[in-house]
Ligand binder design. Sequence first.
Ligand code: ZN
Length: 316
Amino acid sequence: MFTTSSFFLGCPQICTYTTQGEDGLEHTGKLSADSLLAVFPEPEKVPQDAWWVFVHGEEVALRIRPCPAAVVPEDPFRDTLMPGDRLYLGLRGAVPCYAGCVRDQAAVPDDWQFTRIRDLYLRIPDEEMAIASFAVRMVAFDRNTRFCGRCGAKTLPVPAERAKECPSCGLVTYPRISPAIIALIRRGDRILLARSSRFPSGMFGLIAGFVEPGENLEHALRREVMEETGISVRNIRYFGSEPWPFPDSLMIGFTAEYAGGELTVDPRELESASWFDREHLPRIPEKLSISRALIDWWLEGSADGPSRDVPDPDRR
Ligand SMILES: [Zn+2]
């Protein structure tokens, strides 16, 4: 089911979209750009009312006043954009949306600043943040696929879809998506949280890892958990998914239950891992991530949940 809502922030009224499947699975992704429709070929001319996101490297331009916005129906950088610096993203509602590749950050007008995607969270609507994030990814895709990976010839955009084609050897290249599993593992009234050296000080998160070629998601989950912590799991259940554009992951979230094994951390992957109950949680990820959505789901859940009959030898 596709629903539309709108709100007013002191700026022109903007539509936001949420999705909820008929099977009851609610979409959890804050970075899902599903309000952009992949309608191709792109318009011959950029319409006057087009939406724009301005990208410089990994950052997007944020308009500070009159209210924060990253997807705007205006082009304050038009004097600095070269003809090839425009990238069609799709339709937002009925209106085309474009990424503008800004070459010189110094040209930023008053009331604008370049910002990392993560720093847009809670400053602008999620739908806008998702489009901005998508724009950064598509600009990176465009930049990284200018030449064919097989024969080295210069590539061309495919008119009918988001892809590049080599006119010399015919290789078609699509935006890369790297699937990764993430798992909330329960043991009695506790969950497994782990700490990577890449995390901010004191923060713990869930076990996660990339899916290897030839694996399905369940195999990837069992392997990652075993490799990183030495335990086995059972009762794997799908939770939800989240595009994670740092740079190109799709996080697929699951819940699972401890089945056996001794908690033994692989020091190449983790600094530490422990079982935590609700009253003694460490610092956990921000609400932007599916990791936090899984932990919040567990925090809000009933103690009578399915983890109740899972043996917890450490608590005897
Ligand atoms: Zn080629």
